[in-house]
Design a protein around this ligand. Structure first.
Ligand code: HSE
Length: 433
């Protein structure tokens, strides 16, 4: 470090869990950070709704006025207030005033990433968002630096820790969906509105960011097909295991014919695949590039210190002057409608326990060109239905088929008088190895 190196002067908006982690890293690791950054990282001011005397700000000023972050004594504004409109406005104002910005706000980036990166570029300042996707895993850095030489073919990630925690607790510990969600909330992983986790919105935000970087396209959150895990039952988890699969909530972006697939949904993956072994709150992102082949990134995707680690990494890059000067929106890429996506399917069809039902289901699928690759229909699975009738779940694994054809076939199967309840269908991805 040069003796005359000026400190990078930092202002933080928000004093929640992640901000507490950032403050702690800046305070406790100051010497090492200064060495790596080439100059000190100096926390000047923290702005938040209410003070937290228990957090040691290491001499930085505290204010309840967010405007105080846009003063000339601050070089970089770290946005950790969360939410959308106010956070987006804070970032815009900072960039317009030629302050660099670091944020963990996936919701804002997924919707306004193109505008904000464009503004940063025009103003000649950095916008760092490593913390917005998969917490401590440096996947933004992987896409924008380490893998920048490659044409990316596919990104597939477990990028919502809460969903992964719930699925793991249900399958490995027999927990109910609600009990598992409550545990995730108690541990501080879940979003303020947990429907963002369990209905897939949080993963869709993150996928919109990954797809923009991987495919040089705009941030297209609204076009991401999104299904969450709220309809998943322990029964499906059990049948998936019997068939040699694990059920994961995946976010997938893939270069397809004439556009990019961008979809978030429960997915069966072979039990031998690396993603199948990602348990609990952990995240993992699989990236397949034309030159490099498949690569995998694994680690904590939420929590104070993993997310703070990513925020401080962006601050170091800004201090060094080698922060991301971006790179999205160069290509006009259509996002393919889900009907055009091709995948194999797991089907659970609640049916009357009568002769010929399985054959009739198979015939309908066959008429739509859908081939059956595996099935389970066990005597022991007979249950008592609403009308006192017995019924069995027919479990089918199909060969890959376009979603549109599967939807048409399932509409007919669903209308069969022998089918006594809603059909469950879960996509299967076998290529993630
Ligand atoms: N609610 C998010 C998750 C937090 O569960 O992964 C990290 O973005």
């Amino acid at each position: 470090m040069r003796a005359d190196s000026k400190p990078l002067r930092i202002g933080i908006a928000g004093l929640g869990t992640v901000a507490g982690g950032v403050v702690a890293l800046l305070r406790n690791n100051a010497d090492a950070l200064a060495r790596r950054a080439g100059r000190p990282l100096s926390l000047v001011r923290v702005a938040s709704r209410s003070p937290k005397p228990e957090v040691d700000l290491n001499g930085a000023a505290f204010t309840t006025d967010l405007n105080a972050l846009h003063e000339p004594d601050i070089d970089v504004v770290v946005e950790l207030i969360g939410g959308e409109d106010r956070a987006a406005e804070l970032m815009r104002r900072a960039l317009q005033g030629r302050q660099a910005v670091v944020t963990a706000n996936k919701a804002v980036l997924a919707r306004h990433g193109g505008e904000l990166l464009g503004l940063a570029q025009t103003q000649g300042v950095a916008l760092g968002f490593e913390a917005a996707v998969a917490g401590g895993i440096p996947v933004i850095g992987a896409l924008t630096r380490g893998l920048a030489a490659n044409r990316v073919q596919m990104v597939a990630g477990i990028i919502n820790g809460t969903s992964n925690y719930i699925l793991t607790a249900m399958s490995q510990h027999g927990a109910s969906f609600q009990a598992a969600l409550s545990q995730a909330q108690a541990q501080g992983f879940a979003e303020a509105d947990p429907t963002y986790d369990v209905e897939g919105t949080d993963a869709a935000h993150k996928l919109a960011i990954l797809a923009a970087l991987a495919f040089d396209m705009d941030f297209r959150f609204a076009a991401v097909y999104t299904e969450g895990i709220s309809g998943i039952t322990k029964e499906d988890l059990g049948y998936a295991e019997e068939l040699g699969y694990r059920l994961k909530h995946l976010a997938i972006a893939r270069q397809g014919e004439g556009g990019v697939e961008a979809r978030v949904h429960p997915t069966l993956v072979p039990e031998s695949s690396l993603l199948a072994g990602v348990s609990g709150v952990m995240n993992a992102v699989w990236i397949d590039g034309e030159g490099i082949g498949p690569t995998l990134y694994y680690g904590a995707g939420a929590g104070a210190m993993p997310t703070a680690s990513a925020v401080v990494a962006d601050l170091i890059a800004i201090a060094r002057g080698d922060a991301l000067a971006c790179c999205t929106g160069a290509k006009q890429q259509a996002v393919l409608p889900i009907e055009r996506v091709v995948s194999a399917f797991y089907l659970r069809i609640p049916s009357r326990d009568a002769p010929g039902v399985f054959a009739e289901v198979a015939a309908v699928l066959g008429r739509h060109g859908i081939s059956i690759e595996g099935a389970i229909q066990r005597q022991g699975a007979v249950r008592s239905g609403d009308g006192g009738e017995s019924w069995v779940p027919i479990i089918i694994l199909t060969a890959p088929v376009a979603e549109g054809a599967m939807a048409a076939a399932l509409q007919q199967v669903q209308e069969m008088p022998e089918v006594v309840g809603d059909i469950t269908r879960i996509r299967v991805e076998r290529g993630l190895t």
